[in-house]
Design a protein around this ligand. Sequence first.
Ligand SMILES: O=C(O)CCC(=O)C(=O)O
Length: 288
Amino acid sequence: MTINVEKNPEQLSVNSIARIHKPTKQEFKQATQAYSKPVIITGKIEEWKAFHSWSLDYLNGVVGDKELDINISNKNKIFTFDPDTGDTLSSTKMQFSEFTNWITQENKSDQYYYLQQNPIKLMFPELLPDIEVPDYISQKSFIVSNLWIGTGGNTTPLHWDAAQNILCQVRGRKKLLLFAPNQTPFLYPHSVDSKAPHLSYLNIDKPDFDKFPKFKEAQVIECVLEPGEMLFMPPFWWHQVYSLEQVNIAVNFWWKANLKDYFTPQARNFIFKKPLIVLALLLQKPNP
Ligand SMILES: O=C(O)CCC(=O)C(=O)O
């Protein structure tokens, strides 16, 4: 398998995930085969105030003064850390408006910035009225909504999350490579006992097949999420995410995985090796 989205991400995009327009809860359940298959939902984000108002100017007016932790990439624009050495993802304090000025600069250094996974209720409560929790998410299972703001070239490396997820694209597009949980044997995850069992060792843009030969057998699903589209990703699905376009704004909603999700490959390891963590995740309190 050859994946090289670095050269021209747009050329390689193949939309192989079904799109469904404004599904009812019942239609959503059917399309996702009871929350176990990804699907792209169109027509919902257009109803959000955010879709019509979230320009960088508007956001600067509302939250421009906030000082935030902005993540810094490695020199390949990948936002990762090393679970073996414990070297964490580096970050820097920046005012929101300083960060958005950086986004609009034409000439950037090799290291990129990303406002990644910022809980909206905690960090940007002013923006909560601009978005709507999709009604496919039950209130009792809701965990958090996060804001993601960055620029084309930013890459979130191959990982999974122990939560159901709807990733909502407000501005710009994102390309995603997805791998179902049953592809885990080909994806070289870090050990369950490491600091990042949800991360893969692979650099899937430049795979080292001598070191990771089984990756050749992995089956990838690609999609490009357009502004106004939402992607439902079931728990424990591997994903690598590439931001496209200069201004890229997304919101994601996480809600609790179901017990059945922990019986998929990889997640199963946790049931046996880290049962207390699984129990804590299943029992965590909603935080809408
Ligand atoms: O948008 C990104 O860069 C990453 C999003 C992601 O990993 C997620 O929604 O779980």
